[in-house]
Design a protein around this ligand. Sequence first.
Ligand code: NCD
Ligand code: ZN
Length: 351
Amino acid sequence: MPNDRLVIRRPDDWHVHLRDGAMLKAVLPFTARQFGRAIVMPNLKPPVTHAADAVAYRDRILAALPDGVAFTPLMTAYLTDGTDADDLARGFEDGVFAAAKLYPANATTNSAHGVTDVARIAPVLERMAEIGMPLLIHGEVTDPSVDIFDREAVFIDRILAPLLDRHPSLRVVLEHVTTSDAVQFVRAHAGSGRIGATITAHHLLINRSHIFQGGIRPHLYCLPIAKRETHRVALVEAATSGEGPFFLGTDTAPHTVTAKEAACGCAGCFTAANALELYAEAFDEAGALDRLEAFASLNGPRFYGMPANEERVALERRPSVTPDVLLVSEGDAVLPFRSGETLRWSFAGVV
Ligand code: NCD
Ligand code: ZN
C-alpha cells in the first residue's frame, strides 16, 4: 500500500554533534546509516577552530565509520573572538570547512570559547560574505536577565536583524529554531535566498510542558529549550510547508546519563538512534508525509549549493521501538530520546 511505504532521496542532517573518542564510536553508526552527509558541530573540548583541527577530526570520524557505510562528514569551524579570517577562508576554499559556527560565548554546551560580541568578528564575517561561506548561528542571547524562553526571540531582534543588515550578502543558517518569531523572521527574509533554518525532530514533538510532565525530565532538556505549544505548532507548519529555507537538522547532542541526570544536568537530546522515524511521526501527524523529502533531502543541499543525494531510503508504517540505553564505555551510557517507546514508523534502509 503506497501510504504505508515512503521512498525518498537519502536525507542529510544539517546539524549534528558527533563528539569524539568512545562517544563518537557509539553514536556515529546511527547517523551514518540514515543520512548521506551531516554538518558536524565543532564544539569539542578544545573546539575545532582551525582547518588542521577539522582535518584531524574528520579523519577520526571516517576511522570510526562502520565498514561499508557511505557517509560524508561536513566540517565546521568554531568561531572565537580571535578567529583568523585567512585561515578560515583557506579552510573553506580547500573544501575542509563547509561553514563556520557562531556560538555566543556561554550560550550552550562547550561554548565558553565562543564569540563575546559579534562586532569583534565583523572582518571575519565580511570575508565569509565575500567567499560565500555560510554562517551557522546558535541564536540565543546570553544576557542572564533575559528569560530563558525569550532568548531566541531577543537574539533575533538585538543581534540577528542588525547583523544581516550590516552584512547584506552573508549567507546565514539560524540553527535549531524553536519559536514562531524565528519562523516569521526567516520567512520575511526568504526572498533573498540567503537565510535558512534547521528544525530538530524533538522540537516538532515536544513543548515545554513535556519537560515537566509528572516530574522533571532531564532527557528532554536541550538548548534552545522547547517553548510553549503555539511555537511547536508554528515549527510543524514551517517544516511541513516544503518552503526552501526550512530543512532538517537533528541537533542530536548525546551526553552520558550521569551528566544528564544531575543537579545541574547538561543540555542536549540524543535523537540519532531513530531520527527519521521521529520526523516521520511528526510529518504523519500533520498529514504532510509528501513534504518530508523536501525538508529532509532537498532544501538543505539546495541552500548549501550541493547536489541532492542520489540514493533513496525507505520508511515503512510499522511499529519500531526506540532503543533502550546505549552503552558508550564501561559505566557510561546514553539514553535515546523516547527510549523504550514505540513509534509508528520504521526505517527500512537504503533501497
Ligand atoms: C548541544 C551540545 O550538547 O553540544 N546541546 C544542545 O542542547 N543542543 C549544543 C547546542 O547545539 O546548543
Ligand atoms: Zn547543536
